[in-house]
Design a binder for this molecule. Sequence first.
Ligand SMILES: [Zn+2]
Length: 243
Amino acid sequence: MNVINTIAPLKSVNNMKVDTSMLQTVNCIPAKSRAVKYIVLHYTGNQKDTAKSNARYFQTGGRGASAHYFVDDSSIYQSVALKNKAWHCGTKGEYYHACRNADSIGIEMCCSGGYQVSKKTQENAAYLTAELCKLIGITAAEVDKYVIRHYDVTHKKCPAQWVADSKEYNEFKEMVKYILKHGTMEKKGEEMIENSKVIFDGKEVPVRRILKDGTNFIAVRDVGKIFNCEVSAKGSIPVLKSK
Ligand SMILES: [Zn+2]
C-alpha cells in the first residue's frame, strides 16, 4: 500500500498513450492524497463501447458512478485522478471484502461486442494493472490478494464473464504477474518451457513442459522416457516404439 498524491503518473503503458484529456472532477471525491491497496477490475456492461466514449460520458456530472481508467482494444483513457476517490465499487449493504472506493483504483474494461470483453482489452488492462501494481507496491506474489473483481467486493456480476467462469480472471492475474516479473508478455512462449517432472507408477521422471491454461504439454522425447519407448521422427511427426 502506497500513498498516492498524484493525478496521472502513468503517461503510457506498453507503448500505448494514457489519454488524460478528459480527466474530470465532477463524478468523484477529490482528495489531496489517499492510501491505495487494491485494484478493482470491472466491465462496462455495454453491448459495444470505447474507452473514449466512456471518458466523455463521465465528464458530465450526476452520473453517480465513475472509474479511474477505461480500457479498450487500442486505447486507455484516464477519467479520475489517482489521488481522488472514484465511485466504482461502493455498496450500501454488506461488504464482502476489505476493499473500499477509498483505498482502491477502479479499471473499467470496455466491451468489443455482445457485452464481452475481448482478449486484447484484457491484455491491455493487464499491462495497465501491472504498472499500477508497481506504483502502489503490489508484488507479483500479492497480485492474488490485491487485484480483484468488482464481484469480490459486492457480489455484483462484474466483470460478468469473469464471474460466470473464473478461468479468464485467473489468466488475467497470471498475465499481470508475468508482466511484473518480465516487463512484457512478448517472450512468454519461449520462456514458458520449464524443467518439471511426471510421476509414472510412483516413479518420478524429469520432463520439459509448458503449463498453459491448466494443461501440461510435455516434450515427446520425455514422453518416450516415461513409457520406456524409442523416439524417432517421420518428417516432423514423432514416432514412438516400445522397447
Ligand atoms: Zn463493476
